[in-house]
Structure formats: C-alpha cells, structure tokens
Design a protein around this ligand. Structure first.
Ligand code: MSP
Length: 679
C-alpha cells in the first residue's frame, strides 16, 4: 500500500502560535487529506521545539522555570489544532523522554563511529540565530540572518563531520532521490552546496546554555537545538529504538511500530517535510547529512512554503506584527480561514495577508460559487421534487454543457474522459497530478472550475423555468447538479472538511467522503432525502474603520462584448495609475555577482537621458553576468530605491516568472535605444 508521512516544522515555544504556524500546519493537513483521497495510508505529525536559547530566554523573561514555560506554550500550540480543524495523528514535544532518548542514541552512535570530533573554536556568535559566523559573514558587524548583535566567543565544541557528506547529498538531490518542491528551492540548495560544506558545531557548553539535551559522552555540554529538533521526525514514527517508548506514551496501537500502524521502516521512505523557506538549509543540508551519517535514507520529499507578509514584511513573533489566527477564526470560522490560506497563496511563494483578502475569498469562492450552487439546487429539490433526489427519466440526455461538467468531474478524479481541456478557460489537471506536485492552490482552483461549470449549467439549462413546462428536463439537470455538488464537496474535503461533510449530507449522500477511485458519477441514489438547512457561507462586509487605512477595494470591472468570454478584473487600475510607471529600455553595461549573496547580481544599466543606474536583481541562479552584459532589458526606473546587501538598487529589471520557477528577462524587441519609454 502506498503511504504518505507528512510532517510540519516543530514550532518554537518562545511565543504564542501565529498565522505562519497555522499556515504550514494547514497545508500539511490538507496534503495528508488529499493523499487519503488518493487511497494512500497517511500519517501526519506536528509538534513543538522546546529546547535552546530562544526558549530559555523566553522563560527567563517570564521569570518561570523553562519546563513550566514550555508546558504552557505547548498546550497553546496543541490547542490551536482542533480550532483549525487540523487532525494530526501525533503531536510530539522535544522535551518528552522518548525523544531525548532518541537524540542521545543518535549522538552516541555518531560519536562511536568517529563522526563527531571535539575542536576548539572561535567565532562571532549570534544568540538570535543560535549559531557562529565568521568575520566576513557579518553585515555591518551584525548577524546576517537576524541583524542582531553578535559576540566573540572562544570555546571547545563538538563538531559533526558534515563535510564528508557533501557529495552524497548533491547526488541525492540531483538524482531526484530527495525531491525538493518547488523546484527552484532544489536549485537554491545546490547553489549553497557549490561552496565547500563545513562541519557543523552540534554542542553548546552548559555554562552558556543549560536548556537542552545533554551530550551522552560529555555532561558539560548540551546539544545544538537543531540537532535535537530535526530528529523528532524519526522519533515520531518509532525510529532509533523509539517503538516501545512511543507505544507507552501514545497508547498501544496509536503509534507506528505498534498495532497495525506500520513501522519506522514502512513510513520513512514516504516522508514529506513541510517547512518554510527560512529553514531550508537546516532541513535540506543538515538533516539529510545527519541521516546519512546515521545510516538512514535522506528524506524523500520536501514542500517548501513561502511567507505570509504584511506590508511586505514577514509576520513573525519577533516582529510583533502578528495576526492572531484565532481571532480570524472566531470572526469567520476555521473553514473560511483554511480556504483563504490554501487558495490564496501559491504554495512556495509569498503572499500578502489581509482581512480584506480573506473576506473577498469567502465572498467569491465560498458564498457566491459554492454556497449559491448548493442553495439554488437544493431549493429546487425542496420546491419541486418533494425534498428527494429526482429520479432520472429514461431517454433524456443531459445538455452538452452538463455533459462537459460530468466529464470534467471524471477527469479531475483521474479517469480517461473525452473532456477537452480547451473547453475550459484555464488549463485543468487531474487532482492526483497537482497533489503529487504539491501545488494545492492549483488543485483547489481546478476543483472550483467544476463548481463554476455547474453554476453555468444552472444558468443555461434554467431548471427553475423548465420545471414548469418539462419536468423531466429539470429532473435531469437537478439530479446531475446534485451529483456534481456531491463530487465537488468530496474533492474539496481536504481544504474545508467540515463544510464538505455538511454539503454531502445536504445533497442526500450518506456514504461520507470517498477515495477518488470509488467516486462514480451516478452513484447518488435517486429518491434519497435531501434535508433542509441554513445557508452555508454568509457573505461578509468589512467594517469601514478596520479597513480605513487601506485603500478602498476597487470595484470589479467587467468587459462585455459579444463573441468574447466575459471576464472580471478584480483590482483593476485606471490608465492614470499605469502612467505613473516610468518603464524604460536599458542597456546593461556591467553585470557581476554580489559578494556573499548567491541570489543577487549587480548591474550598471544605461537608461539614456536618465543616465547610468545601479540595478540589483535576484537572478544569479538564472542568468550569468555574461548573458546580461551588452544586452537590452526593461527597467522600471521610478521605483523607490532600496538597499540590498549594503548596495542601493536604483531600478527594477522586468522579468517573467514561469510556473516552474525560472526568471526570464523581458527583452525589448526591435532597436529602441536606451532610455526609450515603454508604455
Ligand atoms: N523550531 C524551528 C523548526 C524546527 S523543525 C525541526 C522553527 N520554528 S518557528 O516556530 O520559528 O517557525 C516554524 C515555521 O513557521 C517555519 O517553517 C516558518 O517558515 C514558519 N513561519 C513563521 N512565520 C511565517 C510567516 N509569516 N508566514 C509563513 N510561514 C512562516 O523554525
């Protein structure tokens, strides 16, 4: 049987959970549920990372013992899950004895195999990043990751001989054995591995940090928090001798390696780590090399997610601009929040968080598209078909549009159907394909095309009219609309589980959510009772004061013309807004890498009458300086200048970002000279 083992990062308990945590866990939850729909056995773990300096300091700040602090906060994280309809099989905490034992065994094994060495070491230490930096790593004398103060420390420490595994790691990524999605993140790791890989300091003297797991071979030290934390993924499924402890902690039968839950050996090959882009190196470099050193396979798969931003800044505990997900759940309900998080953000990319955006997603997708469809169809059943699923009359075929909806549903479920992709305004893929690629936002958009198609069917078949003149024709439309809703709800279950279950009941379906392979159009029993119920999704309007600081949302613009499909442009801008952009043809005179950055290139670009501009672009992984020097590009010249890696960028290079993560420069065609205006 195929399996899927989903993990989330285990969260630091140095503050309360926020939307960033809620997001990563929701994506993992939805992915695990989609894999269940694909007929796979799934195991989903999340938890808390409770050791290390940050946590010790958070406890000190509160003036309470660290154990009390972590106990309280772990409950806040655990308690959030049911409130977001997130249903992990296991919640793991790194202060649990079963995990400490795994860490001690792993450390001992590496020590016994001479893969850990004691060395004296000096460097700039950043408490915030919990790591050492070399002099040249520092930016303006501060930690390059966090911008916080660093202190010079000299001490003896233990090092994991990570450098030995550089080539095997490169091979694992290049061969696809370790699959990192989206693909541009794999390139980022390979880029990092182009430089020699150093050994990893995995100890902290107790004199500096006492809140950690003691090294089994030197009681003066505790282990580095990341060495401890990453191993949670192994502990949770019974690796490194955790079976018996897991069974005792979680209850016999609840954990892998006990009862019929499989074993570490059966789950580990199917792991998929969900994580944010900020913790890619620890997960895709430290972790697989640790596993290799321990004689285990590197992780099979990674899903690297982007950040929720607010005013273009990452929302996080330390920044203090955190939106409490619970407050939004209380206002709009957990299903709306889940839908927003999953549908709004393209997995892997950043997105802006706003309450207005959430309300819009609710109103358009859930209230208008899905809610209306259910409401209109079931209302017909109650009014004209005795609150029962209509009986399909013999010899009456569904309309061509309805037939296309039936084909679309089977196509989404993975069947060979005559469904023509060209019938759809956008490209649609079978659920299995986009789930496998972990593009859940695309999966959901594709499923919503079925909902939209069914709404079009109602608009074009007009059963509310035909029911008065040709009841059989209306019965055909209504039966199939109910069936389409049943299948759409089944497919949407991973994103909005409670709502999907409620919709299934609402259309008279009593067999619950089914795996894709068991979904057959036409299984909805004729004559089953269709219960009455209240509207599923209320529409919301944001109160003016809450949004006062934000620009008023622009009314959607519709462009209607016979023969053209009707389109709606949300957030349309007027020509005046467009005219504010000063886009110019530029000729690249100089292009070179930026020191200490594997992303940025520095260019000097001739923009005619505006002179020579220094432009920084994050394209180093996509273009070489040679591909740029002497060529013509498009530059936005009146974007407010920004400082990146200590250098001013005085313009922005226009690039196309492809679905597979490539950045392609927009080159002016023809011979327009440098400085020509683009409009
Ligand atoms: N404890 C480590 C993980 C150890 S896993 C072996 C950790 N914890 S964390 O609490 O700081 O962050 C956990 C996750 O939350 C990361 O994946 C991070 O990307 C994510 N997020 C934190 N803020 C975020 C946003 N604003 N948006 C989306 N996710 C972000 O790192």
């Amino acid at each position: 049987m195929s399996r899927f083992y989903a993990t989330t990062p285990i969260y630091y308990v140095n503050g309360k959970p926020h939307i960033g945590h809620a997001y990563c866990t929701t994506v993992a939850d939805a992915a695990a549920r989609f894999h269940r729909l694909l007929g796979e056995q799934t195991y989903f773990c999340t938890g808390t990372d409770e050791h290390g300096q940050k946590v010790q300091e958070a406890a000190e700040k509160r003036g309470i013992p660290p154990q009390q602090h972590v106990d309280e906060l772990a409950e806040a994280f655990r308690g959030l899950l049911p409130k977001l309809h997130i249903t992990p099989e296991q919640f793991i905490r790194t202060t649990e004895p079963r995990h400490k034992a795994v860490v001690a065994r792993a450390l001992q094994q590496l020590w016994d195999n001479d893969l850990i060495e004691k060395r004296s070491f000096a460097g700039w230490y950043s408490t915030a990043a919990e790591r050492f930096w070399t002099e040249k790593d520092l930016v303006d004398g501060k930690c390059p990751d966090t911008g916080q103060e660093v202190v010079w420390l000299e001490e003896a420490n233990y090092f994991f001989l990570m450098s030995r595994f550089q080539q095997p790691l490169i091979d694992a990524i290049e061969s696809g054995k370790m699959r990192i999605l989206p693909a541009n993140r794999a390139n980022e790791v390979l880029g990092f591995l182009r430089e020699p890989l150093l050994d990893l300091c995995i100890s902290r003297p107790k004199s500096r940090l006492s809140w950690g797991i003691e090294l089994p071979f030197d009681s003066e030290y505790v282990t580095y928090v990341w060495f401890d934390a990453l191993l949670n993924y192994v502990t949770a499924i019974g690796g490194f001798g955790a079976e018996a402890d897991n069974a005792a902690t979680l209850g016999e039968g609840a954990a892998p390696a006990s009862g019929d839950k499989g074993t570490f050996e059966t789950w580990w090959p199917h792991v998929c780590h969900f994580l944010g882009k900020d913790i890619l190196t620890t997960h895709a470099v430290y972790w697989p090399t640790m596993l290799m050193a321990l004689g285990l396979e590197p992780p099979r798969q990674y899903c690297v997610t982007g950040w929720w931003l607010m005013d273009n800044t990452k929302m996080s505990k330390s920044l203090g601009n955190v939106v409490d997900p619970l407050s939004l759940k209380d206002t709009y309900g957990p299903e709306v929040l889940r839908w927003f998080l999953l549908r709004e953000m393209a997995v892997g990319q950043d997105a802006n968080f706003s309450e207005a955006g959430l309300v819009k997603r609710n109103n358009t997708d859930l209230a208008n598209d899905l809610g209306n469809l259910v409401q209109r169809t079931t209302a017909l059943v109650h009014k004209h078909f005795d609150s029962q699923v209509p009986t399909l009359p013999e010899d009456r075929d569904p309309s061509p549009l309805l037939t296309s909806a039936i084909h679309l549903a089977s196509y989404l479920c993975g069947e060979d159907t005559p469904f023509e992709l060209t019938r759809s305004a956008q490209q649609v893929w079978p659920v299995e394909k986009t789930v496998d690629e972990l593009k859940l936002h695309v999966t959901l958009a594709d499923i919503m095309t079925l909902v939209q198609r069914l709404n079009q069917v109602l608009a074009s078949d007009q059963p509310f009219k035909t029911v008065k003149t040709d009841k059989d024709a209306a019965a055909v439309t209504v039966y199939h609309a109910l069936e389409g809703i049943r299948i759409a709800a089944n497919l949407l279950w991973p994103a909005i589980p409670h709502t999907a279950e409620a919709i299934l009941e609402r259309v008279g379906w009593t067999r619950g959510v089914l795996p894709l392979a068991d979904i057959n159009w036409g299984d909805l029993p004729e004559g089953s009772a269709v219960p009455k119920g209240a509207g599923l999704f209320p529409r919301y309007k944001l109160d003016a004061p809450k949004d006062a600081a934000k620009p008023a949302p622009k009314p959607a613009k519709k462009a209607k013309q016979k023969g053209l499909p009707e389109i709606t442009i949300d957030n349309a801008i007027g020509y005046d807004d467009f005219a504010k952009l000063d886009l110019r043809v530029g000729v690249v005179k100089v292009a070179e890498p930026v020191r200490k950055s594997d992303k940025l290139l520095r260019m000097e670009v001739d923009v005619g009458e505006l002179g020579l501009r220094q432009v920084l672009a994050g394209v180093a992984k996509h273009l070489t300086p040679e591909q740029l020097v002497g060529t013509r590009i498009q530059v936005l010249t009146n974007l407010a200048p920004r400082k990146l890696m200590g250098l001013w960028s005085q313009g922005m290079m226009m690039l196309a970002e492809t679905d597979d993560g490539r950045l392609v420069p927009m080159r002016p065609d023809g011979d327009a000279p440098a400085g020509s205006k683009i409009a």
